[in-house]
Write a protein that binds this ligand. Structure first.
Ligand code: NAI
Length: 273
């Protein structure tokens, strides 16, 4: 299958986790993949591996929160490629900051500026490269954009913003043939989770993962390649009549009201372990 043959795709946050898995899948599906991230080392390793196997992957050092960095990137790819077909706004950071009255202003600014402002900046400066031929924009939001987490109001604000910003762009550019959707992952095993909750090897990290399995109907964390497949659906013509939509891929967490019986049911406990 080559669902992205002859398509030029930009992926931000391409170095690790969901972004990296998407670079790999999109390259296999025939796309020319332009990777943007602040972590050049990891990005280059993936690009080298894929290019050695017939892929067409180029990497760019881009800080999505910096207008200067994004405009310079947009100018470079305009010169080199002219147009693009798909933009995957996936770069993001997350960190706990405590309750709002004690939440550090710098942390709030940082999360908003990478996750939300970054999505705005890359969209603003890359949309002109899609306006002639149409295309697809996918923004990585989160289930944390649909409901809230303890001590993470900055992330909740940023991701909630992305979900609705997606709808605004979907309307603004529908008549130019540009579809805009968001992908809202649940808990996915990536370096972001290691940073947020501790790695699998750490006690707190393990506790976090066990608790997650308990409240996730499918009984496990998600994998980056599972998010890449949703992104592929949204990037390709398979979703040609889908725009302004948020697709949650969370193993079923957002499907229930409160954990209720899950917390005490013996069968549920057995199946979780
Ligand atoms: P990750 O940490 O592996 O990937 C994030 C990528 O963004 C990294 O490659 C990082 O270098 C890059 N990045 C960070 N700041 C940047 C900047 N200023 N400019 C350019 N690139 C920058 O984590 P993951 O999980 O793959 O995250 C990808 C997206 O998925 C993020 O938007 C995250 O918020 C979102 N997400 C992740 C979930 C999870 O459970 N892992 C759940 C819901 C959403």
């Amino acid at each position: 299958m080559s669902r992205l043959q002859n398509k030029t795709v930009v992926i931000t946050g391409a170095a690790t986790g969901i972004g990296q898995a998407t670079v790999e899948l999109f390259a296999k599906e025939g796309a020319t993949v332009l990777c943007a991230d602040v972590n050049t080392e990891e990005m280059n390793k993936t690009a080298e591996k894929l290019n050695n196997n017939g892929g067409n992957v180029e990497t760019f050092h881009v800080d999505v929160s910096s207008e200067e960095s994004v405009t310079s990137f947009a100018n470079k790819i305009k010169e080199e490629y002219g147009t693009i077909d798909v933009l995957f706004n996936n770069a993001g950071v997350d960190q706990e900051g405590g309750k709002v009255h004690e939440y550090p202003v710098e942390l709030f600014d940082r999360i908003i500026s990478v996750d939300l402002r970054g999505t705005f900046l890359t969209s603003k400066y890359l949309l002109p490269l899609m306006m002639e031929n149409g295309g697809s924009i996918i923004n990585t939001s989160s289930m944390s954009g649909r409901a809230a987490d303890l001590d993470r109001s900055g992330y909740n604000a940023a991701k909630g913003g992305i979900t609705n910003f997606t709808k605004a762009m979907a309307i603004d550019y529908a008549r130019q043939g540009i579809r805009v959707n968001s992908l809202s992952p649940g808990t996915i095993e990536t370096p972001l989770i290691d940073e947020l909750a501790g790695s699998k090897e750490e006690e707190m990290g393990q506790k976090f993962r066990d608790a997650n399995k308990w409240v996730t109907p499918l009984g496990r964390l998600g994998r980056p390649d599972e998010m890449a497949k949703v992104a592929l659906f949204l990037a390709s013509d398979d979703s040609s009549y889908v725009t302004g939509e948020d697709i949650t891929a969370d193993g079923g967490i957002m499907a229930y009201t409160w954990p209720g019986k899950m917390l005490i049911d013996e069968q549920w406990k057995k199946e979780t372990e």
